[in-house]
Design a protein around this ligand. Structure first.
Ligand code: NAP
Length: 277
């Protein structure tokens, strides 16, 4: 690092568990970009954004609990992020000498790119489990990609509201069997501790399905993904969504292709080391 090093970072609370510094610093190093990506524990998001401008921080990831509350402090927000109502990426643009901080959402891009590695989204029917923050971003993203989305969630009021905003159909978890779908995405916290031995769909229900993605990435192979493999489905781990949302952030900040394989290998080896401890 020297006087020309550009600073990037992540704001959230907590941020100590974040794997984003691992992924982004690996990408900077691989492409010899003189930049550093740091974690910032933030309570007051408004002051943090003023600080980003004042300190000439070049790009920001935003995580829980600030993805929604950051929006009023930004100069501009991309149209899909606006619909989702959440921003996980801030880009510093300089327009006629003025600094503009613009918000984007790359969570949906991450989910779409991870799924697109193994399936066509356009015209395909996707069962999306969940109606929380992640399901919301993914639902808007799948619509953006031309998929037909069926939302299913434990709390019916919540899923009905989300479905009407997205413009898609919905059902209760107990009514899933009434629908046909080729792709399943789990965007609930089921599969993660303390729900690590639970799956919302059985092996029999997964048999007609082509592709299953679980956005839960701890454990790496969730109960749902294990059952999906046994049912003969292609499976996509939540780490791929995490990877591709970071890839999209890198590409927004640097305006050049990200070194995906380097980012992937750093991420997976970090997770493997963590799991060994
Ligand atoms: P959230 O907003 O809190 O939503 C949680 C969702 O899980 C809700 O739909 C909730 O249903 C459902 N749920 C929780 N317990 C359940 C149970 N016992 N049975 C059925 N449904 C249950 O959380 P989020 O931010 O969307 O995150 C969801 C998961 O995604 C987390 O595990 C998180 O770690 C993971 N994630 C992964 C990535 C990635 O890049 N791979 C990114 C973000 C998040 P109700 O509405 O009925 O409560």
């Amino acid at each position: 690092m020297n006087g020309k090093t550009k600073t990037y970072g992540i704001i959230g609370n907590p941020v100590s568990h974040s794997m984003s510094p691992i992924i982004h610093n690996a990408a900077f190093a691989d492409l010899n970009i003189n930049a550093a990506y740091l974690p910032f524990t933030v309570e007051d998001v408004g002051n943090a954004i003023a600080g980003v401008k004042a300190l000439s921080i070049y790009g920001l990831s935003v995580t829980i609990p600030h993805k929604e509350s950051v929006i009023p402090y930004l100069d501009d927000v991309d149209s899909v992020a606006k619909k989702i109502g959440a921003v996980n990426t801030v880009v510093r643009h300089e327009v006629d000498g003025d600094v503009i901080l613009k918000g984007y959402n790359t969570d949906w891009i991450g989910a779409n790119r991870a799924l697109s590695e193994v399936a066509d989204l356009e015209g395909n029917v996707v069962l999306l489990l969940g109606a929380g923050g992640s399901a919301r971003a993914i639902a808007f993203g799948l619509k953006q990609a031309g998929a037909e989305v069926i939302l299913a969630n434990r709390s019916v009021d919540k899923v009905a509201k989300l479905a009407s905003e997205v413009g898609c159909s919905f059902c209760e978890l107990s009514e899933i069997d009434k629908h046909d779908f080729r792709i399943v995405v789990n965007a609930t916290s089921v599969g993660m501790a303390p729900l690590e031995n639970i799956t919302l769909l059985s092996r029999e229900q997964l048999e007609p399905v082509e592709v299953v993605m679980d956005i839960v990435y701890a454990p790496l192979e969730t109960c749902l993904l294990k059952e999906a493999k046994k049912a003969g489905c292609k499976t996509v781990s939540g780490l791929e969504m995490l990877l591709y949302q970071a890839v999209a952030q890198f590409e927004l900040w640097q305006d050049r292709p990200a070194p995906i394989e380097v980012m992937r290998s750093q991420l997976y080896s970090f997770v493997a080391t963590k799991n060994d401890k």
